[in-house]
Design a protein around this ligand. Structure first.
Ligand code: ADP
Ligand code: MG
Length: 328
């Protein structure tokens, strides 16, 4: 039975209290009555998730975590959403498609166990199961790196290799994984094209700043051109104090600009950096941290797709655009 731990210290935390712009995920049966008790009820609903969510759609669900801009939190999202899904009981294969600059293995604390990569599998130097690194904490979570650090993508290695990989994972004797999550490199060049080729859905990670949003908008267009229409958005490194001071775009502004379904809102949290440096994913922290909980909620919404409707913005639509935040 999956259960999420109670969050005694976090219930009144300023992040959740200041999340007035959003309704946190609420199960379909639950209705939130008074606006004052919204965030509290929403947190309570987190505590009531004492069941395994139902997986919607066909398996494996192949999703690419992308952004365009670097350093916005793709790898952090891949590690934490991936492990949250594994904790919910789903089998997950996370693929680090960041060739030459891979770091998903570091975030997961699995760097010493990666002996082979997909390039070696394709060269016939090892079997696929030798390149898949099983997490010791959650045996239904596996990592696969495309190439060795600092190496270049071999000539001729392209999206077809990942399509082959997905097919190979489907027909493994252990059974087909529920989720294949691809950590996409920054930029929109060959590495990006390779990473998105096998995906049928995408999670776009953005921070609430104009450079990241411009890149996210461009990437959304490219994903749609590639036939990926199921695109959801994670807004990372949100600082409610700055939003209140009108120094940062609100999530509503971001939604208005990108027009994508909101999968998660992750606060700026020093615990993220701490857990990155320790190689211990945030969602495994005890007691849970704010950002860790936000990633768990995002994973839950990913599974029960129809409940995406519950992630709505409550804030009154603003008359002015986000440029007004910059005095425009
Ligand atoms: P990308 O894969 O998009 O390049 P990363 O996931 O590697 O980005 O994150 C870049 C840096 O930002 C890392 O040092 C990470 O710890 C930090 N970071 C990501 N999300 C947050 C957050 N919500 N709060 C604080 N730091 C964060
Ligand atoms: Mg990365």
């Amino acid at each position: 039975m999956i259960s999420l731990k109670p969050l005694p210290t976090n219930l009144n935390s300023s992040f959740f209290r200041s999340l007035t712009p959003f309704k946190l995920f609420t199960p379909k049966t639950q209705t939130l009555k008074s606006s004052k008790s919204h965030s509290h009820s929403a947190i309570k609903s987190v505590l009531q998730w004492n069941r395994k969510p139902e997986l919607a759609g066909e398996t494996p669900r192949v999703l690419v975590i992308t952004s365009g801009k670097g350093g916005v939190g793709k790898t952090t999202t891949t590690a934490n959403v991936g492990l949250s899904l594994a904790r919910l009981g789903f089998s997950v294969v996370a693929i680090d498609a960041d060739v030459g600059l891979r770091n998903l293995d570091l975030l997961l604390g699995l760097e010493n166990r990666v002996n082979y990569t997909l390039v070696e599998v394709m060269n016939g130097d090892c079997r696929l199961d030798q390149a898949l690194v099983r997490d010791k904490r959650w045996s239904n979570f596996e990592l696969l790196c495309i190439s060795k650090p600092r190496s270049k993508l071999p000539l001729g290695f392209c999206g077809k290799a990942l399509v082959w990989l997905v097919e190979a994972l489907k027909t493994r004797p252990e059974g087909c994984p529920d989720f294949i999550i691809i950590d996409c490199p920054a930029g929109i060049d060959a590495g990006f094209i390779t990473a998105i080729t096998p995906a049928n859905e995408a999670v776009l990670v953005t921070t609430p700043d104009i450079t990241s949003l411009r890149d996210a908008d461009r990437v959304t267009g490219l994903l749609e051109c590639d036939g990926i229409r199921d695109i959801k958005m994670v807004v990372n490194r949100v600082r409610t104090d700055m939003i209140k001071g009108e120094d940062m775009m609100s999530v509503l502004d971001v939604q208005e600009m990108l027009g994508l379904a909101l999968l998660g809102v992750i606060p700026e949290d020093s615990e993220v950096i701490r857990s990155t440096n320790r190689g211990y994913p945030l969602v495994l922290n005890k007691p849970p941290t704010l950002a860790g909980l936000a990633f768990e909620q995002a994973a839950w919404r990913l599974v029960e797709q129809d409940t995406m409707k519950a992630v709505m913005v409550e804030e009154e639509p603003k008359k002015r655009g986000f440029f007004s935040l910059f005095g425009g």
